[in-house]
Design a protein around this ligand. Structure first.
Ligand code: ACO
Length: 339
């Protein structure tokens, strides 16, 4: 390689982990005042997975990572950066979940840290990995979206408990000189003036843990569902229209549109605005619910494992989440097609 050869970041592999326990809509009917019919009609969710009591975010992240590293056909000693996106870390301040995942994988003496961008976390990670690789600082970056969302859900609040589930997804992003394999573009943005749309008030510097915090349930996620819904449709649509236009790619030429899996109606509204066919839109929300930062990599893993995602296929990612944050990405799948 000559010193002037450009280096690109490529999406080399995908892996995911889904906990065994299923929480169905009929289970929720027994817990809160809701019905399978209401949940299905308003969200498209039929069931979600819940991690075991002694199964933590890092356990799920490590299992997803093992698959991603194996499928990248590299040795774990070649990983030179580990980054995890989560809003349900093993510990709320330190150590980071990325450090714990690295330890569980036996990856040592390598930079590791977490980011907090809620459901946009995985696409934010892609942008970080791309920057590290294209600047020449790193060669193989392990990115992980992992959530034990059930640890911050109030199972007496019907407005939120029906939506969320647990799981993890991971990918290896590697340096390449082949432009055909390169991540094409990533948009990532935020607007903190909507911070109160999705918030877990405690623990934090505003509300350190106290009996009052627990009594008031400030440790649970709070959401302005309807307001979030409306803004999500608007933002998601605008973001993908822009990224496609800027890169001179037509929606009809994207075989895999992989949106954040929050609500079927949000996905349908954005898919319809882009005139996407059902074959193009990847849907896993019905079986996993909203798994926040894990949702997009779990969905990519689903189409990889079913043989739908092939080497070179173009993917369009689109997400939004607490913060508010939002992001989209256009990239080819540079891994091998599943045999
Ligand atoms: N079962 C039955 N009724 C319910 C339930 C339930 N589980 N939840 C709410 N309702 C009721 C409400 O109380 C309300 O009743 P009312 O009219 O008597 O007051 C009625 O249903 C309508 O409530 P809305 O909140 O207006 O319902 P909406 O159609 O907006 O659906 C939902 C609610 C599903 C939460 C929707 O707003 C949504 O999906 N929002 C987006 C949320 C989201 O994606 N959040 C994640 C962001 S990503 C992240 O970063 C974590």
């Amino acid at each position: 390689m000559s010193p002037s050869t450009p280096i690109y970041a490529s999406f080399r592999s995908i892996g995911a982990y889904v906990p065994e326990k299923i929480l169905s809509n009929s289970d929720l009917e027994a817990m809160v005042d809701t019905t399978d019919e209401w949940i299905t009609k308003r969200t498209g969710i039929k069931e979600r997975r819940i991690a075991a009591k002694d199964e933590y975010t890092s356990d799920m992240g490590a299992k997803a990572s093992e698959k991603a590293i194996e499928r990248a056909e590299i040795d774990k000693s070649e990983i030179d950066l580990v980054i995890c996106a989560t809003v349900t870390p093993d510990y709320f301040n330190m150590p980071s979940t990325a450090c714990i995942i690295s330890d569980k994988l036996g990856i040592r003496n390598v930079q590791a840290f977490d980011i907090s961008a809620a459901c946009s976390g995985f696409v934010y990670l892609l942008s970080i990995a791309k920057a590290f690789i294209e600047s020449g600082m790193k060669k193989n970056v392990l990115i992980i979206g992992a959530e034990k969302f059930s640890s911050i859900v109030d199972y007496t609040d019907r407005g939120t408990c029906i939506l969320f589930g647990d799981g993890a997804g991971a990918a290896v992003i590697s340096a390449t000189t082949d432009k055909e394999e390169a991540i094409i573009d990533i948009h990532a943005s935020a607007d903190g003036s909507y911070a109160d749309f999705l918030v877990t008030p405690a623990p934090g510097s505003i509300h350190p843990v106290s009996q009052a915090v627990i009594d008031e349930g400030l440790n649970f996620v709070q959401m302005k569902g309807n307001e979030t819904f409306k803004l999500a449709v608007k933002t998601l649509t605008k973001d993908v229209v822009e990224i496609l236009k800027e890169n001179h790619i037509k929606a009809e030429d994207v075989p895999h549109f992989i949106p954040h899996q929050a609500n079927y109606r949000i996905i349908k509204a954005v898919g319809d605005a882009l005139k996407m066919t059902e074959d193009q839109v990847v849907l896993t929300v019905g079986k996993y619910g909203n798994t926040s930062a894990a949702s997009i990599p779990m969905a990519i893993n689903d189409i990889y494992e079913s043989g739908r995602l092939k080497h070179g296929d173009l993917m369009l990612l689109d997400t939004f989440g607490g913060g508010l944050t939002w992001a989209s990405a256009l990239l080819p799948f540079a891994g091998k097609t599943k045999s």
